[in-house]
Design a protein around this ligand. Structure first.
Ligand code: DLL
Length: 438
């Protein structure tokens, strides 16, 4: 089976949009008839399924949020009887109750097809050895890429996350050629490999399919150098699918959205108005083929930009530029909006080894403070003067990148926690204090 669907992925936009329109109107009938909370929302907005004839009508539909999923926990938003559901996943979420998502057999097939397409986009084939180091379980990363790799016919290695020595031995002994893991775990493994006498020539790795968290271009270069691979970005979220809602192609210039299954929009998170191509805002997705949990205009909270010009690879699918972070991860420091990814980019532009960092936000005398913890670099510091110079430079680079003064705290080498899944980059003591102080 061929997972380069040229007639869809490279079709003229108007043809793709007709397909989307057809699928959208069918989907709206499905949810109106089968999901009580959607019926209530549409009735309240005075919209009947027959009003939604094409994608031009999309913006008339009400949004869905994580709160809707929580209010209807666990299965209240499902559009099929549970006897048709063959799998559930859940997202733990850092706040509030977890959300549960479900898939019919057909949903699983489509998901696997999207994941196989992602692997093809980055140059994968049935001749590859796809090493899956995303966690297996309720998290969608492991099983999502696993089914995609199998569908492609590749040798699939279900390594899951953790046990760095075994991961590297498997790379070497099993001939892993494509690795799927979070970028922060890739960084941890590179460091572990260097410390334990592995050489990148010991491996046959050629590509990484890395996602599940924001990562900067600077981090990409570190991973590409560290493993001697091309590192590709892949995006997804459990509520919509899991990995492979979108994925880069070999040109690494934005992630092609599987638009035959999901319609992306970018909205202004304050006014909720759709934004034109090229403008950054909150990503919203509408599932047009999903059966079990077909979310309509789901607000992801992810901040990204969509562009629609044809890619060098020939695909005409919308491309998502690297997500900057989530609206709920954005830090407001003394009134200035700061994304952790901006700090990562600034830090790595100055010291490309500072791949482990932690941002500690607090309040002192009613003023927000932001401390950037970095491990003292090995090798380049031989005196107190060197240390002070390093600290001063790091501060200057970050201050100017984000427009707020930060404090740099140098920590012992290897003292910051290494990540095997999604890295925790921020500790916001203001939230903790608010919780206890009421
Ligand atoms: O992280 C699914 C996934 C697994 C994607 C493996 C890619 C690879 P959740 O745990 O539900 O699902 O988390 C979804 O993670 O809303 C984004 O905030 C973030 N995220 C996912 N991929 C990227 C990416 C999986 N490439 C949430 N860049 C999303 C930035 C990402 N953020």
């Amino acid at each position: 089976m061929n997972y380069y669907l040229k007639e869809i992925e490279c079709s003229p936009r108007h043809e793709l949009e007709s397909l989307q329109s057809f699928r959208l109107s069918k989907q709206i009938r499905h949810v109106y008839e089968n999901v009580a909370p959607y019926r209530a929302k549409m009735d309240e907005a005075g919209i009947k399924p027959e009003d939604i004839k094409s994608i031009a009508d999309l913006a008339r539909l009400p949004f869905t949020t994580k709160q809707d999923l929580r209010d209807n926990y666990p299965y209240g938003m499902f559009a099929v009887p549970m006897s048709d559901v063959v799998r559930i996943h859940a997202s733990s979420g850092t706040t509030g109750k977890q959300t549960v998502v479900g898939y019919t057999q057909n949903d699983i097939e489509i998901w696997a097809e999207c994941a196989a397409r992602s692997l093809v986009q980055i140059g994968g084939s049935k001749h590859d050895y796809v090493h899956v180091s995303y966690g297996y379980g309720l998290f969608t990363g492991g099983l999502g890429m696993h089914y995609g790799a199998e569908k492609l016919g590749a040798v699939t290695i279900p390594a899951s996350a953790g046990n760095s020595m075994r991961q590297l031995e498997m790379f070497r002994d099993f001939g892993s050629s494509i690795v799927c893991m979070t970028p922060s775990y890739a960084i941890s493994l590179i460091e572990f490999a260097q410390e334990n006498g592995f050489n990148k020539d010991d491996f046959k790795l050629k590509a990484g399919v890395l996602g599940a968290e924001p990562w900067s271009e600077e981090m990409r270069r570190e991973i590409e150098d560290g493993f001697g691979i091309k590192a590709y970005d892949i995006y997804g979220l459990s509520e919509i699918l899991g990995p492979s809602v979108s994925c880069e192609c070999i040109y690494q210039c934005g992630m092609h959205v599987c638009e035959d299954h999901f319609i992306p929009e970018v909205i202004d998170p304050d006014t909720l108005e759709p934004l034109p191509s090229g403008k950054q805002g909150e990503l919203v997705f509408t599932c047009i083929t999903k059966e079990a949990l077909p979310l309509i205009r789901y607000r992801t909270r992810d901040i990204a930009t969509l562009v629609y010009d044809k890619c060098r690879c020939g695909r005409t699918l919308a491309r998502m530029l690297k997500p900057q972070g989530r609206t709920d991860d954005m830090l407001i420091i003394r009134g200035v909006n700061v994304f952790p990814s901006q700090i990562e980019a600034a830090l790595l532009s100055f010291d490309n080894k500072a791949t482990n960092y932690l941002l500690v936000v607090d309040k002192a005398n009613n003023l927000d403070t932001l401390e950037v913890q970095i491990e003292t670099p090995r090798g380049i510091i031989s005196s107190i003067a060197d240390l002070q110079k390093y600290e001063k430079k790091a501060k200057a680079v970050i201050d100017s990148a984000i427009g707020v003064g930060v404090t740099i705290k140098l920590k012992e080498p290897k003292s910051l926690e290494r990540s095997m899944g999604k890295a925790v980059r921020v500790v916001d003591n203001r939230k903790i204090k608010n919780k206890f102080e009421g």
